[in-house]
Design a protein around this ligand. Structure first.
Ligand code: SF4
Length: 938
């Protein structure tokens, strides 16, 4: 290869610049004054000077590092690029990271707090003051706390974007009020992992794997996909083989060595067949299984008359999975039998270097989807690849959440709107059922915050959410905390503009690979102004308009709820450095960096910086492994001090202290083990038996609600996959990113040519897709990239607004008419597609896309899995040529039918008359925002 000659240039600073300098990331020592040529001035060489400030992307959960280039001439952010000093993303971002600049400069953005001026949902707004907002909410929340109505305050979050901050706020208030989006996202995948090992997410070490199995489109859109995608490719380049199980030919599947287009819902059957092959062909890791699987519990409970030996356990295991032959798996999934066998063998041979991942995908689509992640983890257990180099760790071994100062105790309240008695094992809150619970008068909400959360658009049965939000008896006061207009904000009392990724502080850590790191999100214009010597008291003073950052909002609100400290709340928001005075956000993070991050003090001292200055400079820190090891943590031997006051249960080997299990004896030594009741990997789950599901004590296969036997394409029936993301969009808040909409602006229905011929459509023709509660009209995209009998439509498009000039951004939304009839039937019709508009941004006049996609989620009823609580997204639909009266994006929904479907799925639960120990939930299971022990007892 010819070396490109370096052209040299003397920068104003006197340093020599080269073309190579301009082509790679600036070194940190020059971030204070970086010089680049102005691209717009080309061919003239006009220099621009920048202050470069690190922050963290807020456009998905991966928390990649960004560098904001602040133009020293204008004091405005010019662009965002990757931060190579971020351990997770290493300077690489997806399209959504640099598109943060669109969000900053969006001419449609909300710059001031708004208050409704008419009825809820009427669309009349007036500007208000933050002072009025804070006073209104403080008095409402204070009254609820004082009157002990602590289940009436609810914070409902879509994208958290921080670790631990709200736990502290809600804990200080003493409310059980955290609700999440998790049961439209990952509850089932989490449950399958959790029931095995006590952690609810996987952390694969793809870069060092020999075989990688993904049940998702993980290279382009999965969980933490950009940091993991880099490492998957790294692993592949080092020789790893990649298999992708996905009914769609996603970009990920197209990069794989094996594309496994399973019939949706059959994945667990395939994985169990692979497990059986590994067992029968003795490819399993004998020692790992013997030491770390709770096989003794299984034998004692299910085979008490058999020899209680590991060898007998393996024989019984083979018997248990006898029906999961490769032929059976092939029949269920439609995969070739020989491929299943081949991959099983390769996984077995990869041994401890087998990395695997599933997250939303099959787990999120199907009834019993949690058995998919459970069966996948079974393969990791069989190969002994749990937490090994090249294997898959529990997420808690890689994620690091540093403790803040003065952490509040747990709440004494149990909120049954969040964790109702029907779902004692639900992995997260039963969020999607809130409208029905309020309708059934199970409770009400005095103060409701939706925060970067758009349930009207994101959740199934969005019209029931509109009915809930417009009912002032059910929801007395509602604020939408959001960086961007949304369909849900339209139905709020207050719309409160919050900062985008470069306008706020947050601390984040994710299990992106085999390491532990923290990332520090910073409001870059505030940092810039402070570096210029300007005093900034609050972030909103540096942000555009009056855009607040939430951290400061919660501090202010908490002070107003408890102005004299008599409720015991204020003390959590007082400075740890200036007793009795109000906490500043700098002090909050300064304390954490000084006290809670192993190795940071030393790293900062090495550069003559304080820990806070170090984090401000680099925006991220990787915790040295000698300070916090990451591999095989279950093997850690307990120190004598940790064994003080413990006793060993002779039969199980559990090491107990005051009724709690703190470790386990393995081969005569005391080990930390896993955070499960047995401290081992729970192949056998006594929890599922004790809580009413004895048929699921071991990994198994639950035929999906959309099992192929229930669907007959000859009758026009198909299985709809509505779950897949587009790589370039952000669930519900990329409407403010013009570059992203320029790339992706339609969500046609994928149809296989065989099915298209049967239906009688070609690409571009209109289809009517009918669900249990309604229908939508969308265009067909005929493609071989989907298996016959299955249709697919991304949930990422179909944004709408009800007003010509307000509401969801015009880059992304169509103007629609949405009406409700007295019988509970809702109809939506396009009035006007997306079209150019005049604004301060000349690009708004250049919009060329028109339709903007179809909002399919409105036509889905809720399908809560009776165990994990996950909404099972896949739908049995009929697909036909659109009717003569149909128009693109017509949506029809009957909320009475939606309520009936909810009741049908609710009836699948098994509410227990006698709960073990009168508990609401097993004590060992994770419960976000865990209340006190007392609250667990009903
Ligand atoms: S992967 Fe997520 S966090 Fe990373 S750049 Fe893309 S949107 Fe941002």
């Amino acid at each position: 290869m010819t070396e490109i000659p370096l052209q040299q240039h003397i920068a104003p600073s006197g340093e020599q610049m080269t073309v190579r300098d301009l082509a790679s990331c600036p070194p940190p020592e020059r971030w204070h004054d970086w010089v680049e040529y102005d691209a717009r001035a080309w061919p003239r060489k006009v220099e621009k000077r920048y202050e470069i400030i690190p922050t963290i992307c807020f456009n998905c959960e991966a928390a990649c590092g960004l560098l904001a280039y602040v133009d020293k001439e204008t004091g405005r952010v010019k662009k965002f690029e990757g931060n190579p000093y971020h351990p997770g993303s290493r300077g690489r971002n997806c399209a959504k990271g640099p598109a943060t600049i669109n969000q900053v400069n969006d001419p449609e953005r909300i710059l001031y707090p708004l208050k409704r001026a008419g009825k809820r949902g009427e669309g009349k707004w007036e500007r208000t003051t933050w002072d009025e907002v804070l006073e209104t909410f403080a008095s409402k929340i204070r009254a609820a706390i004082v009157e002990n109505r602590r289940d009436e305050v609810m914070y409902h979050v879509g994208r958290p974007g921080h670790d631990g901050y709200m736990e502290r706020v809600l804990g200080a208030w003493g409310v059980d009020g955290h609700n999440s989006h998790t049961n439209v996202c990952s509850s089932s995948a989490r449950f399958g992992y959790h029931i095995w090992c006590g952690a609810d997410r996987p952390s694969p070490d793809h870069a060092n794997a020999r075989f990688i199995l993904l049940i998702s489109s993980h290279l382009e859109t999965g969980h933490y996909f950009n940091p993991q995608a880099q490492r998957i490719i790294e692993g592949k380049m080092k020789g790893a083989k990649l298999a992708v199980m996905d009914p769609r030919l996603s970009n990920t599947a197209s990069m794989a060595d094996y594309w496994l287009p399973t019939w949706p819902g059959s994945e667990a059957a395939v994985l169990l067949a692979m497990a059986r092959i590994i067992l029968v062909e003795k490819l399993y890791n004998h020692e790992y299984m013997r030491r770390w699987v709770n096989w003794q519990s299984y034998l004692a409970a299910e085979h008490p008359n058999e020899p209680q030996t590991f060898e007998r356990f393996i024989e019984l295991l083979i018997d248990l999975y006898a029906e999961y032959t490769s032929a059976f798996a092939a029949q269920e999934s439609g995969l070739p039998e020989e491929t299943i066998v081949d991959i099983a063998r390769q996984i077995g041979h990869a041994g401890t270097a087998f990395a695997a991942h599933t997250w939303r995908a099959a787990s999120a689509g199907n009834l019993g989807g949690w058995q998919v992640s459970r069966a996948l983890w079974f393969l990791s257990v069989l190969t002994g690849s749990i937490g090994t180099p090249g294997g898959t760790a529990p997420n808690s071994w890689n994620k690091f959440v540093p403790a803040p100062f003065l952490k509040p105790g747990p709440s004494e309240v149990w909120n049954e709107l969040l964790f109702p008695p029907e779902y004692p094992l639900a992995n997260y809150e039963m969020s999607i059922l809130l409208p029905y619970f309020l309708r059934e008068r199970r409770g009400k909400l005095s103060a409701y915050f939706t925060r970067v959360y758009n349930p009207v658009w994101t959740n199934p049965d969005g019209t029931s959410w509109i009915e809930m939000l417009t009912n002032e008896q059910q929801v007395e006061l509602h604020a939408a905390l959001t960086p961007v207009w949304s369909e849900t904000a339209w139905y709020a009392d207050y719309v409160l503009p919050m900062g985008v990724g470069s306008e706020r502080h947050d601390l984040m850590s994710q299990e992106t690979h085999a390491a532990r790191w923290i990332g520090f999100r910073q409001p870059v214009l505030r940092v810039y102004q402070e570096r210029q010597g300007q005093a900034v008291q609050y972030t909103y003073q540096a942000n555009p308009g009056e855009v607040w950052e939430e951290d400061e909002f919660w501090i202010e609100l908490s002070w107003r709820i408890d102005p004299d400290g008599s409720l015991g709340i204020r003390k959590y928001f007082e400075s740890p450095y200036r007793p009795g005075e109000k906490l500043t956000i700098e002090e909050y993070y300064r304390w954490i960096f000084e006290h809670s991050v192993p190795g940071l003090l030393e790293a900062a001292a090495g550069e003559n910086l304080s820990p806070l200055e170090y984090m401000q400079k680099y925006g991220a820190f990787e915790i040295p492994q000698e300070k916090a090891p990451i591999f095989m943590l279950n093997e850690r031997e307990l120190k004598p001090a940790e064994l003080a006051g413990t006793r060993i249960d002779e039969q199980s080997g559990k090491i107990m202290r005051n009724g709690t299990t703190v470790g386990v004896m393995v081969d005569g030594k005391a080990h930390e083990g896993f955070p499960t009741p047995s401290r081992k990997l729970e192949f056998y789950s006594a929890t599922l038996k004790d809580w009413g599901w004895p048929e699921y004590t071991t990994p198994g296969y639950i035929p999906s609600h959309v099992h192929r036997s229930t669907i007959d394409p000859e009758r026009g029936e198909y299985l709809l996959i509505p779950t897949f993301r587009l790589p370039t969009l952000i669930h519900t808040r990329s409407g403010n990113a013009k570059w992203l909409y320029e790339i992706s602006n339609a969500n046609p229905v994928w149809v296989h040519p065989i099915d298209a011929e049967r239906i009688g459509v070609e690409t571009g023709d209109l289809l009517r897709v009918t669900t249990e509660i309604g229908y939508y009209v969308n265009r067909a995209w005929v493609t071989d990239g989907i298996r016959p009998g299955v249709v697919a439509c991304s949930h990422h498009l179909g944004r709408w607004r009800l007003d010509t000039s307000q509401g969801t951004d015009r880059w992304a939304s169509a103007l629609v008419e949405l009406g409700r009839q007295s019988d509970g039937v809702w109809r939506m019709r396009h009035l006007e597609g997306i079209h150019p508009f005049e604004s301060d941004d000349p690009d708004s006049a250049r919009i060329f896309w028109r339709e903007g996609g179809v909002h399919q989620n409105l036509t889905f009823p809720v399908h809560p899995d009776p165990i994990s609580g996950m909404h099972c997204w896949h739908q049995k639909v009929t697909v036909e040529v659109a009717h003569p009266e149909d128009r693109y994006n017509d949506v029809y929904v009957d909320t009475r039918k939606a309520y009936e479907v909810y009741q049908r799925w609710l009836a699948m639960t098994r509410p227990q008359t006698h709960r073990p120990d009168s508990l609401r939930r097993p004590l060992w299971m994770i419960r976000p925002y865990r209340p006190s022990l007392n609250a667990f007892h009903s």
